[in-house]
Design a protein around this ligand. Structure first.
Ligand SMILES: Cc1ncc(COP(=O)(O)O)c(C=O)c1O
Length: 375
């Protein structure tokens, strides 16, 4: 066993030398510029009370099995019908997490001889799913339609294209309408990860595909509940055929205990609150995004993009630089996280600043001033 542990230790030492060692930390008492709780749903009293009120109707503490065995319930199926309707789709299928959903989707649909073309900045869960599939896989340059078309021209048979609506590490948006037109032209199936856009865009948080009214052109969408919805879990949204296929072939759906009834109730309740509060919460969020961007521009901070998204970045090349800046921010009670290489390309290391509906004007202005004098 010594041999095995020494290997692990040497890998950790390498990470340390690259200034890229990851450690768990609890920053929950700090001013939140880091969590994915974009709309404050994770700490919403209304949501908490609704879940609490309805939890008396739950008569099991756990799902007791996978969906195909003892873990399927009417409440789960009702929720899936509700989700499909909410996002204007034929069907929805719940997964235990967005990670599971992407791995289960890509690994099951990608067959030998297929092509999957994915944005170079696509989330790790999509990459892992692709790795477990058997398709020819190629990445195209981030948000680059010409590069995507070049790859589409070189592909044949069943072609899939995978993008995020809002990119998790960069915070910019995919040119979804144009990508969907390209996919249509080349008869490619488009898959959109809406982890960072669901709950925010659309009339009631349906997501960016709905806002752009291209939902019918999308082969599959991923919605996650651990971010703007403030709870946990995920759903793949698409056709009945797709969902039936996943029930039969998607291993991360089949071989795992289903979401517990509490989680199902939490997702259903999060939708209820989302419907009631979406307009106000999103207005607050976009006001804060605008304030951050204006203040940062006035002080000439090197922002990574110009999109109106909750994920903003300040580029500070070098792992050591960006780690130092984040430590200083945290010492002053700002929860801001550094994004290091290899998570992002070398030279593109950054501070990732997440804006929320509940950040205060004073805190945002203080943060920008602090960034200006300390980066
Ligand atoms: C783009 C993207 N897709 C999928 C996931 C996975 O979702 P979950 O956290 O529900 O596993 C994440 C989460 O970090 C993400 O950022």
């Amino acid at each position: 066993m010594q041999l095995h542990l020494s290997f692990l230790k040497s890998e950790l030492d390498k990470r340390q030398q690259q200034q890229a060692l990851r450690k768990l930390q609890d920053n929950s008492e700090m001013i939140d510029f880091s969590s994915n709780d974009y709309l404050g749903m994770a700490h919403s009293i209304q949501l908490k009370e609704l879940i609490h009120k309805n939890s008396i109707y739950i008569n099991k503490n756990g799902a007791t099995g996978s969906r195909l065995l003892s873990g399927n319930y009417k409440a789960t199926e009702d929720l899936e019908i509700f989700i499909a309707d909410y996002h204007h789709s034929e069907k929805a299928l719940l997964y235990n997490s967005g990670y599971d959903a992407n791995v289960g989707l890509f690994s099951s649909i990608l067959k030998r001889g297929d092509y999957v073309l994915y944005d170079e900045f696509i989330h790790a869960s999509v990459r892992d799913g692709i790795r477990l599939g058997f398709a020819n896989a190629f990445s195209f340059k981030h948000n680059d339609l010409n590069d995507l078309e070049r790859l589409l021209n070189n592909s044949a048979g069943k072609i899939y294209v995978a993008v995020e609506a809002v990119y998790s590490m960069d915070g910019d948006m995919a040119p979804l309408k144009k990508i969907s037109q390209l996919c249509e032209k080349h008869n490619a199936a488009l898959i959109v990860d809406e982890a960072h856009s669901a709950g925010i865009y659309g009339n009631a948080g349906e997501g960016l595909c709905n806002q752009l009214n291209i939902q019918d052109k999308i082969f599959a969408r991923l919605v996650t509940y651990g971010k703007a919805f403030g709870v946990h879990g995920a759903a793949i949204i698409g056709s009945s055929v797709l969902c039936d296929f996943l029930i039969n072939f998607s291993r991360s759906f089949i071989y795992t205990t289903a979401l517990p009834p509490h989680a199902v109730l939490a997702i259903q309740s999060a939708y209820t609150i989302m419907q009631q509060e979406h307009e106000q919460l999103v207005e607050n969020l976009f006001n804060n995004i605008e304030l951050f961007k204006k203040s940062a521009a006035a002080l000439k901070l090197p922002l990574g993009h110009d999109f109106d998204t909750a994920i903003q970045t300040v580029i500070l090349p070098g792992n050591e630089n960006v780690k130092k800046a984040a430590t200083k921010l945290q010492e002053h009670n700002f929860d801001v996280r550094p994004i290091l290489s290899p998570t992002v390309p070398q030279g593109k290391e950054r501070l990732r600043i997440i804006l929320h509906s509940y950040n205060t004007t004073v805190d945002i202005e203080k943060l920008v001033t602090f960034l200006h004098s300390n980066t």
